[in-house]
Design a protein around this ligand. Structure first.
Ligand code: SF4
Ligand code: SF4
Length: 430
């Protein structure tokens, strides 16, 4: 280094007097290198990140080290400008997410958590920030309406509780109501909101009643006493409403004696299994596919259901709760069905878009994505060559049937709950 350069560096670094260590004519003191100086490495506003990570559930956002492993697995990232990695960058630039529509896009599908080396948990972070937004009244209008329905009527659709078991009239078989039986039962069937009130849910509920009666199961439903499990409201930011519904449901369950709580909805399964115990409600809870799979040997199939079928893993049965096999065992037991898998299946299953409050936020989502997640999933199913997309979550028949229409696949793919396929094979006359 020339004396001229040396003096320039000394001046640039405010060095007036330096001890130089020179070895074989080379200055190795390194005082001119920024690497050896104390440097500011957090040159960003920290308020947003500090606030989010101070929330109960928001802590893990701080773990993100920007590896981007979440980028290819986040379903919203595939159709829009959103992802955990991007949310962290926003927080680094000072955002607390409260005024950002991205706050509502995450479906809490947990696919990012599956691959994240630092356990950044968007399934907890997003509901934690959403809860604050709800407290400030800064939530999408669509959600406000749903929360009001849940509060007043115990279901997101705002339907009358008296109509909750109306589907049973046309089941063509007995549907016992536990309050009328006046005795303990082996199985209390939790029917759930969309199975109870949506016309396509009615098909699954009636199929379930026929299958349970043919198998000789001792079962009953709550009827008008049943209310929403509240899990999607919790994930959409209404934790207080979730707790209110949980307390009401636990009080109702405590009036009756049953051995197993069998549920038709993976979201209810998640709530009853993982969140009700902390509120005093512990049950032997099973998704209906888990209850029925061990009974396959008792099933008498009278018809073959000749078709190629692909199966959509519900996020809250599969990735969240580890059940991938029971639905497949049932499908493989049905005569005539050839099960083929989509590229995204089991732990890497691709979200339908309905989780985490997404079921009620389609309008907002449409403004921020190029294609609905249900449409993308339907295209993936069609590409397998399957004639049927099998599901086992009440959110899915209506979501996927809309997507079949909007993607121009009517006639190429139908959407059926596994219980409907079982019913067709066991009761072809129904
Ligand atoms: S995978 Fe985890 S650590 Fe890596 S960028 Fe995504 S959130 Fe951050
Ligand atoms: S939970 Fe699912 S939708 Fe939400 S950020 Fe992670 S991968 Fe994306």
């Amino acid at each position: 280094m020339s004396d001229f350069m040396q003096r320039g560096l000394d001046k640039a670094h405010g060095v007036t007097e330096v001890e130089h260590a020179v070895v074989e004519g080379i200055d190795i003191s390194g005082y001119w290198s920024r690497m050896l100086d104390q440097r500011m490495t957090t040159e960003f506003p920290t308020e947003g990140l500090d606030w989010i990570t101070s929330l109960d559930g928001g802590e893990s956002l701080r773990n993100c080290y920007q590896c981007a492993k979440c980028v290819p697995v986040c379903p919203i990232q595939q159709v829009g400008d959103y992802g955990p990695w991007k949310m962290f960058r926003k927080a680094q630039r000072g955002s607390n997410f409260l005024d950002d529509p991205d706050l509502w896009l995450c479906t809490t599908c947990a696919n990012c958590l599956r691959v994240c080396p630092k356990e950044v948990n968007m399934v907890e972070i997003m509901p934690a920030v959403r809860e604050q937004a709800v407290l400030e009244g800064a939530m999408p209008d669509e959600l406000g309406e749903v929360f009001a329905n849940l509060q007043k009527r115990g279901n997101p659709q705002g339907e009358s509780p008296r109509k909750r078991a109306a589907w049973a009239k046309e089941a063509g078989t007995e549907v016992p109501i536990i309050s009328e039986l006046g005795r303990p039962v082996d199985v209390l069937l939790y029917v759930s909101d969309y199975t109870s009130y949506h016309p396509r849910g009615h098909d699954a509920a009636r199929a379930m009643a026929r299958v349970l009666n043919t198998l000789g199961v001792d079962w009953a439903i709550l009827g008008r006493e049943e209310k929403s499990d509240g899990d999607s409201a919790r994930l959409a930011g209404e934790k207080g409403l979730f707790e209110m519904l949980a307390e009401q449901n636990i009080a109702t369950f405590s009036k009756y004696e049953f051995d197993k709580l069998v549920v038709m909805d993976p979201h209810a399964y998640n709530a009853f299994k993982n969140f009700y115990p902390a509120l005093g409600g512990e049950y032997n809870v099973m998704h209906y596919t888990q209850f029925l799979a061990p009974l396959i040997d008792r099933m008498e199939f009278k018809a073959s259901v000749e078709r190629r079928v692909t199966f959509h893993d519900p996020c809250y049965l599969g990735r969240h709760n580890g059940e991938f096999d029971a639905p497949r065992k049932l499908l493989e037991a049905i005569p005539g069905i050839e099960l083929i898998e989509m590229p995204h299946y089991r732990a890497n299953g691709y979200c339908c878009g309905g989780g985490g409050g997404g079921m009620w936020l389609d309008s907002l989502m449409d403004e921020h994505v190029s294609e609905r997640l249900s449409e993308r999933r339907v295209r993936e199913a069609v590409d397998t060559g399957a004639a049927t997309l099998a599901v086992c979550c009440p959110y899915e028949p209506s979501r996927f049937e809309d997507a079949v229409k909007s993607t121009g696949n009517e006639g190429a793919l139908d959407v059926l709950d596994i219980i409907e396929l079982l019913d067709r094979a066991m009761h072809p006359e129904a």
